[in-house]
Design a protein around this ligand. Structure first.
Ligand code: ATP
Ligand code: MG
Length: 761
């Protein structure tokens, strides 16, 4: 593109420049100046001329050689000399060019004199003052421009206004706004062409970062405005080339007459441009963009018009951050709106996939993107422009291999996942929100390859003039170079987009998880209920045939006892024994299933009575074991089911007696209040907890949960007096029906304590 291109640099004769080394050009020491003015470098101490441009004779009537060593006092009027000395005393001139006066120099002129101090030298730049130009009312002009800038609401509007206003003030044929991307490539975001001028538009053209080399960008930060009145004219050399004092070339970072690069002038000429003006726009301490003005004939604008344009650029620089924040706030607002719509839709709709894809405003509008895909329950929902479903499914498999479950964004998918090369026209960049990796639930926003979203400016097949540096120095070739660097890449994702995706993920997974838990609870109670009724039906129906088997086996034993040999008699006896055992199992199962089915009636129960009744019903076993049952202090009265709670104590105390090999068997039944010493951590949520403790054989750690499984016994069937293995299952069922919990703590060989809580009690 324009003045920005390779500007501002000059090719010292000894260095042969090519497009690959142009970013090493010593642009701040070009050794020559733009020939529409004169540059004098004076010693900052004695104000004698040390170096001068070799065009002094044409402008001031004195050959350059004769100029060297001349004191400044010999060149200026007394009055202007006074102005200059006052400026040096009172103003800050170090690296800061200031307008000094408009007046005669060596009796010629008038000239606009601009001066600054740099590295021990005073650089005086003289530019013929164009006294004959009609002076517009700059104050009115700028006031209007600034007022319009303030009204612009978006960065896009703002950019259009900038080019319009600068075109109006400067009068150039074409004024463009070139905006830098984070990687220093850039593109023309706004363009204003002089009324009546027929020119191809450059709007939308992109350029690689190398088009404006880093040292050119650095100089734009120092010296924000550059004018090239005629790309064809010969530049004036600085004489002598090296300073007589320092033996170094003249440092011209801040000089407005600083010579320009041959590549830049050739670039302009390749486009048919003769004159240019370039003004930097900064955001903070970073270059944000450039205002590039082109003219198709030589053009030089007066110092004060240039200053007016520079002033506009400063205003723009101050406001650009503000407009960008405003744009961002608007975008954030839109994201927030879609976020809310997605969440509401999710609340209303059980199916995550259709909730997301069906929300309004659409999920597609959450981010600036081309398409979106939502995977849920194995279904692939799509909206906008996306790859095909099989392609997306393969992409999903690739995404699921990621080690974590975090939001993922890339603007260059094909470089990570080569298969994406096939669909880079819809998904060269993706932003992924994983909702559940395990279930393959994902939302994927996608952006097409950037090349697809960029419009060609003008006719790309139209031949362009080729200069001696080759045809690369034209906007279209530059565009082609940029194409090479961005092939397979979509527009990058902004930090605010990634942040919004993270927030969305947290919000959605939270809802989904809570819903899954609620569903699991419903499912669990339903399947428990089904199991209970199955157990009831099965055990009830099994009882009948079993009784038949038992009866017939008993009859055979009684009636045919003399016809059976001893072996068959034994077999028949085994049948009778096994059917008895099976009957006991079925009875337990039936009892257990009844506990799940029948409603429980809560009433105040004095637990002291419940324990006493329980002990009574196992009196024979108690006496036989010789065990001591103690209740350290009276038990409370609770709300519960009388029969159920009695059953809990019967089973726990019976086990405590049964699984005990000690000569002095001891059982303790008690209750503990919360915060009391010994109150178990697991009961933390409850106000009270009950226990049955023994000094028996203990339960190995690995089996402390298993013992609650129905028919699970840890011993041979005849050991420790036998049993069906249903006791603890029944205990757990009763406790659960009271909204409580039961568990045990044990020490192998040292006894076991069963704890239980009773819901609200
Ligand atoms: P049932 O109680 O149905 O007649 P059971 O006593 O075998 O038969 P549970 O009361 O459910 O069945 O107990 C299951 C198993 O847990 C027992 O077989 C035993 O191995 C172990 N167990 C239960 N209570 C104790 C305890 N207090 N000390 C050591 N082991 C125990
Ligand atoms: Mg038992």
């Amino acid at each position: 593109m324009a003045e920005a291109q390779l500007e501002p640099s000059v090719v010292p004769q000894a260095v042969k420049l090519s497009l690959t080394n142009c970013d090493r050009e010593p642009t701040h020491i070009p050794g020559q100046i733009l020939a529409h003015g004169v540059l004098l470098a004076l010693g900052a101490d004695d104000f004698t001329v040390l170096q001068a441009s070799d065009n002094t004779e044409a402008f001031l009537g004195i050959p350059t050689a004769a100029f060297l060593g001349t004191p400044l006092s010999a060149l200026l009027t007394r009055e202007n000399l006074g102005v200059l000395h006052r400026a040096i005393r009172e103003e800050h001139l170090e690296d800061n060019p200031l307008y000094l006066f408009t007046g005669l120099v060596c009796g010629r002129g008038p000239f606009n004199a601009i001066g600054h101090l740099r590295a021990g030298l005073f650089l005086l730049e003289l530019e013929p003052a164009s006294g004959d130009l009609e002076r517009p009312d700059f104050y009115q002009m700028l006031k209007r421009s600034v007022a319009r800038f303030q009204r612009a609401t978006s960065v896009g509007d703002f950019c259009n206004l900038i080019t319009e206003e600068v075109q109006r003030v400067s009068g150039y044929d074409r004024v463009m706004l070139y905006r830098f991307a984070p990687d220093w490539s850039g593109h023309v975001v706004a363009e204003s062409i002089k009324k009546g001028k027929q020119l191809d538009s450059y709007l939308g053209l992109h350029y690689p970062a190398s088009d404006i080399p880093s040292q050119a960008r650095a100089l734009f930060l120092l010296n924000t405005i550059r004018m090239l009145p005629d790309a064809r004219y010969i530049q004036s050399r600085i004489v002598p080339e090296l300073s007589p004092r320092t033996n170094l070339p003249l440092e011209m970072s801040y000089a407005f007459l600083r010579g320009t690069s041959q590549m830049y002038t050739e670039y302009l000429l390749n486009m048919g441009v003769n004159a240019s003006l370039t003004i930097a726009i900064t955001k903070g301490d970073r270059l944000w963009g450039l205002i590039a003005c082109h003219h198709y004939t030589p053009r030089q604008i007066p110092y004060d018009v240039r200053t007016a344009c520079e002033f506009l650029a400063r205003v723009v620089s101050l406001q650009v951050a503000d407009k960008q924040l405003h744009d961002e706030a608007g975008y954030r607002g839109r994201i927030g709106e879609v976020h809310d719509s997605m969440m509401q839709s999710l609340m209303r709709n059980e199916d995550v996939g259709s909730a997301i894809i069906g929300c309004d405003p659409s999920v597609l509008g959450l981010f600036d993107c081309g398409g979106v895909a939502v995977f849920s329950r194995g279904v692939c929902h799509r909206a906008g422009e996306t790859p095909s479903e099989p392609e997306l499914r393969m992409l999903l498999e690739w995404l699921r291999q990621a080690p974590d479950n975090e939001v993922f964004a890339t603007d260059a998918l094909p470089s990570l996942y080569p298969a994406a090369e096939q669909f880079r026209n819809t998904a060269a960049g993706i932003l992924v929100v994983p909702l559940s990796k395990a279930n393959g639930e994902y939302i994927i926003w996608m952006r097409p390859e950037m090349l697809r979203t960029v419009n060609w400016a003008g006719d790309p097949s139209k031949p362009v003039e080729i200069g001696p540096m080759g045809d690369r120095l034209t906007p279209r070739k530059s565009f082609a170079a940029w194409q090479d660097t961005v092939r397979g890449r979509g527009a990058g994702w902004l930090d605010l987009e990634i942040e919004a995706a993270r927030k969305l993920r947290v919000a959605m997974t939270d809802v989904i998880q809570r819903r899954a838990e609620a569903l699991a609870r419903v499912e669990l109670s339903r399947s428990n209920a089904e199991l209970d009724s199955f157990a009831y039906v099965a055990s009830h129906d099994l009882k009948e045939p079993l009784r038949g088997i038992y009866n017939f086996a008993s009859f055979v034993l009684q009636d045919c006892t003399d016809k059976l040999d001893s072996e068959n008699k034994e077999k028949m006896e085994t049948i009778v024994r096994l059917t008895k055992r099976m009957q006991a199992l079925i009875d337990s199962l039936l009892h257990f299933s009844r506990l799940g089915r029948d409603p429980i009636a809560l009433e105040p129960i004095d637990l002291n009575e419940a324990v006493r009744d329980a002990l009574e019903s196992i009196d024979a076993r108690l006496r036989e074991s010789g065990a001591q049952v103690s209740i350290p202090r009276p038990l409370p009265t609770v709300r519960g089911d009388r029969v159920g709670l009695q059953e809990v104590f019967i089973n726990l105390i019976a086990n405590a007696l049964k699984y005990n090999d000690k000569p002095d068997k001891a059982v303790e039944v008690g209750s503990l209040e919360r915060f009391e010493p010994g109150f178990p951590a697991r009961a933390q949520e409850s106000t009270r907890c009950f226990y049955v403790r023994d000094n028996g054989i203990g339960i190995p750690a690995a089996y402390r949960e298993e013992v609650f499984r129905i028919f699970r016994r840890l011993h041979q069937k005849d050991q420790f007096g036998g049993g069906t293995g249903a006791g603890l299952t029944i205990v757990r069922k009763v406790v659960q029906r009271h909204d409580g919990e039961v568990w045990c703590e044990s020490e192998e060989g040292g006894g076991t304590t069963f704890y239980f809580t009773l819901g609200a009690n």
